[in-house]
Design a protein around this ligand. Structure first.
Ligand SMILES: C[S@@+](CC[C@H](N)C(=O)[O-])C[C@H]1O[C@@H](n2cnc3c(N)ncnc32)[C@H](O)[C@@H]1O
Ligand code: SF4
Length: 451
């Protein structure tokens, strides 16, 4: 990629502007710059200094007006899916039981800080891994502990993530009794051939039937994840997947572009010539377009560039808060959080995490200091995620918009946005490249403006 000259004679690199192409959807950029928008370089603290600093904040009632959420991590899966980089530990009942006891201890300890007690939480997300592999008793207890020890807002969304495999009626009921009100299941694809190649455990018929049962109960919001770009996916079977979303009755769906990671089973198989190379980014762009148009025709509402809802009960509150830079209290090995703008990632290794809990000394790898422009970056990420950048969403929005004009003009010329009255609307192509645009705008502001 090279560079492009704008009306104000600033020469911007194409990594920011995208390149001119008859099909910006497929070719404006060569690939997604990252899975999520980046939050810039931040200074870090380690060791005792980091612990003292964090403790200072936890012992002080929160003053931030930002919304807040809790993230609880359960790092076990029964099988490692070919495409996934989130796998940490193979499920064993003994390991999960031991883990759960510590998790309870950690949850209670973390609820006691002045920071935790200062304000109610707007969302709780129990993610993984596969938290639906916890037993019915554990799900009930976890839900009850969350509600007993933390103050939650009236509309608080409490999500349990996982998979449909072995998520029996007694587990569903126990989770509901515990207070979970939203379930997010990774389906990835309904197609049985695609599923088998990805090492997913059940066939299409079972997935559809189970989703019907759960949605028909009317007891909670049911959302699913689909991935586009997996081996054996075609425009035809992708169309059937989209149709299956509608017939399953789910309230929300995420469409994720397949990202291949070194170390995943899929990448190893590709390297060894055992799996078809997944679709190119330009082919995946067409699948995104197919999904986008399909849900528009079906009158789903679009909550973000990759999330659609068929029913108003689906809000996807946690994901949207995380992108707005909300405060996040992390619980569990490998959970990531954000306390008063300080970013931290808890130890991923269960033994290190356990030692931390046993000694009442949080075990995290490092503490990142608040980024100078954290609020601005979060506002950009959130705006690009929703597909519209409004001047009113920023402090000094008018000045910001004026200074960003060369970038916005270049995006417009390249088919990524339209502009009107203090707002920039991402085209379908712009939405596909939303993460690139968010990262480009943050870098542009840093390099070319006085903000
Ligand atoms: C942390 S996983 C947990 C999902 C759950 N354990 C399951 O088995 O479906 C959350 C979501 O990340 C997405 N994901 C995982 N690997 C991905 C990849 N390589 N590219 C894109 N999305 C991916 C999947 O859609 C998945 O549902
Ligand atoms: S997709 Fe879910 S079950 Fe499969 S490896 Fe990733 S986290 Fe585990």
């Amino acid at each position: 990629m090279s560079s492009t000259t704008c009306s104000s004679n600033i020469v911007l690199p194409e990594i920011m502007t995208g390149q001119a192409s008859p099909s910006p959807l497929q070719f404006a950029f060569t690939q997604k710059t990252a899975a999520h928008a980046k939050h810039g370089q931040r200074k870090t603290l380690t060791g005792d200094e980091a612990h003292r600093e964090l403790r200072k904040h936890l012992d002080t009632p929160a003053t931030s007006l930002r919304p807040r959420a809790i993230y609880i991590h359960v790092p076990f899966c029964r099988v490692r899916c070919s495409f996934c980089n989130f796998f940490q530990y193979a499920s064993s009942q003994q390991m999960m039981d031991d883990y759960f006891k510590l998790l309870e201890q950690e949850l209670i300890a973390k609820s006691q800080y002045a920071w935790s007690q200062a304000k109610p939480f707007d969302a709780v997300y129990v993610g993984g891994g596969t938290p639906t592999d916890l037993t019915a008793e554990q799900l009930l207890r976890l839900g009850k502990l969350i509600r007993r020890y933390f103050s939650l807002t009236t509309l608080c969304e409490i999500t349990l993530e996982g998979r449909l495999n072995r998520f029996t009626d007694d587990k569903f009921q126990a989770a509901l009794d515990g207070g979970f009100n939203r379930f997010s299941f990774g389906v990835q694809s309904f197609n049985s051939t695609v599923r088998k190649a990805a090492k997913r455990l059940d066939k299409r018929e079972y997935i559809l039937e189970r989703l019907h049962q759960l949605t028909d109960s009317g007891s909670a919001t049911i959302a699913i994840d689909l991935i586009y770009g997996l081996p054996h996916q075609t425009p035809e079977n992708w169309q059937q997947d989209l149709q299956d979303v509608v017939s399953s009755g789910v309230h929300g769906v995420d469409l994720y572009q397949l990202l291949t990671f070194g170390g995943s089973g899929l990448q190893r198989n590709i390297d060894a010539g055992r799996a078809n190379v997944p679709l190119s980014t330009s082919d995946k762009a067409l699948m995104y377009q197919q999904g986008h148009q399909f849900f528009k025709e079906k009158a789903f509402s679009q909550l973000s560039y990759c999330h659609w809802a068929s029913h108003p009960r689906e809000q996807s509150r946690y994901n949207s808060l995380a992108k707005q830079g909300a405060e996040i209290l992390p619980i569990g090995a490998g959970a990531g959080g954000n306390i008063n703008g300080y970013g931290l990632m808890q130890a991923r290794n269960i033994d290190s995490w356990r030692t931390g809990i046993e000694h009442n000394h949080w075990s995290f790898e490092q503490l990142s200091l608040p980024a100078a422009n954290a609020e601005l970056t979060a506002a950009i990420t959130s705006a690009c995620d929703r597909g519209v950048i409004k001047a009113s969403a920023f402090t000094n929005g008018q000045t910001l918009f004026k200074q960003c004009q060369p970038l916005f003009e270049a995006w417009k010329r390249n088919g990524l946005v339209s502009t009107a009255d203090d707002q920039v609307k991402l085209s379908l192509a712009g939405q596909f490249w939303s993460v690139n645009l968010a990262n480009a705008m943050s870098s542009y502001i840093q390099q070319y403006t006085s903000i």
